[in-house]
Design a protein around this ligand. Structure first.
Ligand code: NOJ
Length: 558
């Protein structure tokens, strides 16, 4: 174990709990069936009780909502559906009064086709904004005289062509996502300046940082060459986007120069004292996942920036996979730069619900893991009450991504507040997505009264994380539990230590830990039966899929 000093200053991001709010689905204060910003302000007390240190707000900017706000028509405004700039000021003020930070979503790769920049850009090749998007001539014309796109790239959401013809310019524009989300041209310094100005606009308002969307796509092959077909693609099994191997449409090295420019804004004299921070969204794609994460830390500035860690979404739920990953990843971060902040997410608005993916017992175990690991712990709204995927009838489908696969509506259904009408989310006659059918049992009000509920587990873990110096800021060390199915790790700071044991097996296990790993008092368990009662002896029994936290005994060093 390394001997880092224990009295160093910690930035707020370290050891924080960040709660992701999908504004459309959090709380509807004006009865239009869609959540809004005053609705968030109204419910801050709930987040405070959960132990939330920061909120990440998914987009609330003016938008035609082709991709539910990830198509931004004005980077410096608030869509009327969600409220006003004054409402944002009020939210920032009230959240900060409660000690809750706010980071906002920043979507730099593309704007809406209704953004003024694009409206002008598409009009002519000589416009002030003509070079702000990615415009290319056709590769040729087909037999009917139709222009052929410049290359074979496809867009992420549906796997359809990534190029759209613009008659006024007689050129194609690139859209890595929906056709209504034209890619901005990051090679153009004016574009970079404009996005950095948008950052400053929000920083001046007092936001604490950004979650930066789809960053991989900001840097493409400068020659715009074709992609190769994916020989492993299986139609029906894979999303249509997976039919090609994507080596050219994203993740070119220039990315780090762009991200560093953005990170530098956070360190400008005016902002640096506020510890502003940004987290980038890029799903690792190779087997060298630790290296991919490391590349981001190295390529940005770990003092103010970190990449999301998406292992919670992709690693198999197996002890060995987690043991290997955690051991390697945290050692790499430590060895590289002690300023690196890990940032774990097990769910978000693009991923099926944890309970649907893993089942309840594992989702509860994963909550223990998430909230006892170092760095930032991201909770997507609703995961804390064990929400499952909703069933979306065909006539209520909203997500443009539903045209290319499963769609993301099931994980975006309204947050379940009560067992009452519309799950207490809204008093409208119809909500923008249907309420998921388990709301009578899985809702905040009911679960608040049940000591064994998901919510009670999250609250225990939230309190533990916020009151324990070792879980918030301590050393992380994988320990040998003597059982291949059980992951164990210690979080230690000074003479405070906690030991976390996670049984990945569907069978109960009995462990005899080594004498130097003596367990102290039992703290909390993922299992509803033993959540608050468990005796720590030299033999530890763990139920199927149970994760448990114990106090650890720190043996004095010789
Ligand atoms: C990632 C966002 O999380 C997703 O919801 C969106 O569709 C794409 N980026 C495009 O902005």
């Amino acid at each position: 174990m390394s001997t880092k000093p224990t009295s160093t200053h910690h930035r707020w991001a370290e050891g924080s709990i960040v709660y992701q709010i999908y504004p459309r689905s959090f709380y509807d204060s004006n009865s239009d069936g869609i959540g809004d910003i005053p609705g968030i302000t109204k419910k801050l007390g709930y987040l405070e009780d959960l132990g939330v240190n920061a909120i990440w707000l998914s987009p609330f900017y003016p938008s035609p909502m082709a991709d539910f706000g990830y198509d931004v028509a004005d980077y410096c405004g608030v869509d009327a559906i969600f409220g006003t700039l004054d409402d944002m000021d009020e939210l920032l003020k009230e959240a900060h009064e409660r000690g809750i930070r706010i980071i906002v979503d920043l979507v730099p790769n593309h704007s809406s086709d209704e953004h003024e920049w694009f409206r002008q850009s598409r009009q002519s090749r000589e416009d002030r904004y003509s070079d702000w998007y990615i415009w290319k001539d056709p590769r040729g014309h087909d037999k009917e005289g139709k222009p052929i796109p410049p290359n074979n790239w496809v867009e992420v959401l549906t796997g359809g062509p990534a190029w759209e013809w613009e008659p006024a310019r007689q050129q194609f524009y690139l859209h890595s996502f929906d056709v209504r989300q034209p890619d901005l041209n990051w090679a153009n310094p004016e574009v970079r300046d404009a996005i950095k100005d948008a950052m400053r606009f929000w920083l001046d308002k007092g936001v604490d940082g950004f979650r930066v969307d789809a960053v991989h796509f900001m840097a493409k092959d400068p020659l715009y060459r074709d992609e190769k077909p994916n020989p492993h693609y299986v139609e029906g099994r894979d999303t249509r986007y997976g039919a090609l191997i994507h080596t050219n449409n994203h993740a070119w090295p220039q990315l780090y120069a762009y991200l560093s420019e953005m990170a530098a804004v956070l360190k400008e004299e005016k902002y640096k004292h506020g510890e502003r921070f940004m987290i980038t969204e890029a799903y690792p794609e190779t087997h060298n996942r630790v290296d991919e994460y490391l590349e981001f830390y190295e390529g940005m500035d770990p003092e103010v920036a970190a990449p999301f860690n998406f292992e919670g979404l992709s690693l198999p739920w197996e002890a060995k996979a987690w043991r290997d990953f955690l051991g390697t990843f945290h050692k790499a971060l430590n060895d590289f730069n002690s300023l690196c902040v890990a940032s774990y997410a097990f769910g978000n608005h693009d991923q099926h619900r944890m309970v649907t993916r893993m089942g309840e017992p594992i989702a509860r175990s994963a909550a223990v893991l998430l909230l006892t690991l170092p760095g930032m712990a991201f909770i997507y709204n609703g995961e804390e009450i064990g929400m499952k995927n909703g069933n979306i009838p065909a006539d209520m489908v909203q997500d443009p991504g539903a045209r290319g696969g499963d769609g993301r509506d099931p994980e975006r259904t309204p947050l379940q507040w009560t067992a009452g009408e519309n799950a207490g989310f809204s008093t409208a006659s119809r909500t923008w997505l249907p309420i998921t059918d388990n709301y009578k049992t899985h809702n905040i009000e009911t679960e608040s009264k049940d000591p064994d509920s998901f919510l009670s587990l999250y609250r225990h873990l939230g309190k533990l994380r916020n009151t324990s110096a070792s879980i918030k800021h301590g050393e992380f060390e994988v320990i040998d539990t003597g059982n291949t199915y059980v992951l164990g790790y210690a979080r230690t700071r000074g003479d405070e230590r906690y030991i976390v044991l996670v049984n990945f097996s569907k069978k109960p296990v009995s462990l005899s830990l080594k004498p130097d790993l003596a367990l102290g008092a039992f703290v909390v368990s993922s299992d509803p039966e033993t959540m608050l009662v468990k005796t720590a002896t030299d033999k530890v029994e763990l139920r199927a899929h149970e994760a448990a936290v114990f106090e650890g005994v720190v043996t004095p060093k010789e």
